[in-house]
Design a protein around this ligand. Structure first.
Ligand SMILES: O=P(O)(O)O[C@H]1O[C@H](CO)[C@@H](O)[C@H]1O
Ligand SMILES: [Mn+2]
Ligand SMILES: [Mn+2]
Length: 397
C-alpha cells in the first residue's frame, strides 16, 4: 500500500526567508509571533501533536529561535524540517505549484498600489463588455473591509467593487442579490480573458450579502486561475493511473489540472471531517491534497492573532483522529504555501519558510536538511508513490 497526503495549512509560515527584506517582510514569523502573543496573554500555545512530530524544532531551525512555550524535547515522531521558496512570489499559486514541482520563476504581473490601481484600458474594456455602469474601489484593499466601506454605494449604483493586493490578483466584489451571483461570475469570466496580457494569476469573484453598511462575504467565492505552466505532481499521479483527491480550494489553485476527485467544505473543521472520510477509502497510489484555508483567509489576512492561534489548536487536537486512519505505507506531509504573519503591518502575505513535516507508519523520525525549494516535498511524494519524478526538487526520504 502506498498513498500520499498533503495537509497544507494555508499561510502557516515559520519565519522570514533570507530574501524577505526584498518583499518588505524582514522579521516576519507567522508561528513565532502568534506564540509570542499567546505567551504574553498568559495563555501559552500548546500544540502537543504537531510538536511531537517536530513542528517547533522545524520552526527553530528555520528562524533560529524557539517559539514561546516550545523548546527542545526528546522523542520526535516525524521527519521534520523547513523549506525555502524558489519562486519569485509569495502567493498561493506559486507556493502550491512549487510544492508540486513547478516553481514560478517568471514574474507574475501585479497591479500598483496607486488609485486607480487598474489600467484604464482594462477597466474601460471590461465595462464595455459587461455593461456595468462603472467601478468602485480600483485600489489595493482588504476584502472584508472594502465591502463594508463601499457596499452601500455598490447597492445604490450597481457598480462592482474592484480591488487587488500584493498578490497577482484582480478581485471583484458584488452583492449576491442586488447585483446577482451569475452576473458577477460572468463579469469575472470576461475579466479573466482581459487580464491575460498582464500576466495575472487569478481573477476572484467575491460575492457578499447584507445591507446598510453591514456586509459579509458568502461561500460562493470563485477563482478563475491560470493553469500550471508545466505538469505537476498531480498530473504525474493522474497519468500513472492514480487518484488525485483535491479538498477545499486545491482544484481552483491548479485550475483543475491533474485533479480526479473534488471535495469541498465550508471551513477547516468541515474539511478535516472530509479528510477523515477520504482517508478511509483513498485507494493505492492516490494523492490526497487538502488546503486548510481559514488560517489565511479568516485570520492571517485579517491580522487576527487570537483567531489564528485558536485555529491551530483546533487542528492539532484533531490530528490523532487522522493518524488513527493511516495504513501501512501511507506518507503524510504537513506544510504551507507562504506566510501571513498576523502581527505584520497591512494585510498581505509574508515571505517565510514553510514547515515540511513528514510522518506515517513507515517514516523514521529524523531531522531533514532545510530544503532550498518547496519542490523537495513533491519530489519526496512522487518517489513514494512510484510515479514519474518531478522535473524540480529532490526526494528527501
Ligand atoms: O483581502 P482578501 O479579499 O481576503 O484577499 C486575499 O485573498 C486573495 C486570494 O487569496 C489574496 O490576494 C488576498 O488579497
Ligand atoms: Mn495561500
Ligand atoms: Mn492569502
Amino acid at each position: 500500500m502506498s498513498r500520499a497526503f498533503i495537509l497544507l495549512l494555508d499561510s502557516f509560515g515559520l519565519g522570514a526567508l533570507p530574501d524577505a527584506d526584498k518583499y518588505g517582510d524582514t522579521g516576519a514569523n507567522t508561528f513565532g509571533h502568534i506564540a509570542a502573543w499567546a505567551a504574553q496573554e498568559g495563555t501559552p500555545m500548546a500544540l502537543p501533536n504537531l510538536e511531537r512530530l517536530g513542528l517547533a524544532a522545524a520552526a527553530h531551525k528555520a528562524s533560529g529561535e524557539w517559539a514561546a512555550g516550545f523548546g527542545q524535547r526528546d522523542g520526535f515522531t516525524g521527519a521534520w524540517g523547513a523549506a525555502r521558496e524558489q519562486s519569485t512570489g509569495k502567493d498561493t499559486q506559486s507556493g502550491h505549484w512549487e510544492i508540486a514541482g513547478v516553481p514560478v520563476l517568471f514574474d507574475w504581473g501585479y497591479f500598483p498600489k496607486t488609485v486607480p490601481s487598474f489600467p484604464q484600458e482594462l477597466t474601460d474594456k471590461l465595462q464595455e463588455l459587461t455593461g456595468v455602469p462603472g467601478w468602485l474601489g480600483n485600489c489595493h484593499a482588504s476584502g472584508t473591509t472594502i465591502i463594508n466601506e463601499l457596499g452601500d454605494e455598490h447597492v445604490a449604483s450597481g457598480k462592482p467593487i474592484l480591488y487587488t493586493s500584493a498578490d497577482s490578483v484582480l478581485q471583484i466584489a458584488a452583492h449576491e442579490e442586488h447585483f446577482g451571483l451569475e452576473r458577477l461570475y460572468a463579469v469575472c469570466e470576461a475579466a479573466y480573458e482581459l487580464v491575460k496580457p498582464y500576466n495575472i494569476g487569478r481573477v476572484i469573484a467575491r460575492p457578499f450579502t447584507g445591507s446598510n453598511g453591514d456586509y459579509k462575504r458568502t461561500a460562493n467565492r470563485h477563482d478563475y486561475a491560470v493553469p500550471p505552466t508545466a505538469p505537476t505532481l498531480l498530473d504525474h499521479v493522474k497519468d500513472a493511473g492514480g487518484d488525485v483527491i483535491a479538498l477545499g480550494k486545491i482544484s481552483d489553485i491548479f485550475a483543475g489540472q491533474g485533479v480526479t476527485r473534488l471535495v469541498k467544505g465550508p471551513d477547516n473543521m468541515a474539511l478535516f471531517d472530509r479528510l477523515l472520510e477520504v482517508a478511509d477509502d483513498a485507494p493505492e497510489k492516490s494523492l490526497t491534497f487538502v488546503n486548510f484555508v481559514d488560517f489565511d483567509m479568516h485570520f492571517g489576512h485579517r491580522r487576527d492573532v487570537a483567531g489564528y492561534s485558536n485555529a491551530l489548536h483546533e487542528l492539532d487536537a484533531r490530528l490523532p483522529e487522522f493518524m488513527a486512519k493511516l495504513k501501512d505505507g501511507d506518507l503524510v506531509v504537513i506544510t504551507a504555501d507562504h506566510g501571513c504573519d498576523p502581527t505584520a503591518p497591512g494585510s498581505d502575505h509574508t515571505r517565510e519558510h514553510i514547515p515540511m513535516i513528514f510522518f506515517g507508519p513507515n517514516v523514521a523520525p529524523q531531522e531533514l536538511p532545510t530544503a532550498s525549494t518547496f519542490s523537495d516535498i513533491g519530489a519526496t511524494l512522487a518517489k513514494h508513490l512510484g510515479v514519474k519524478p518531478l522535473s524540480n526538487g529532490t526526494a528527501l526520504l
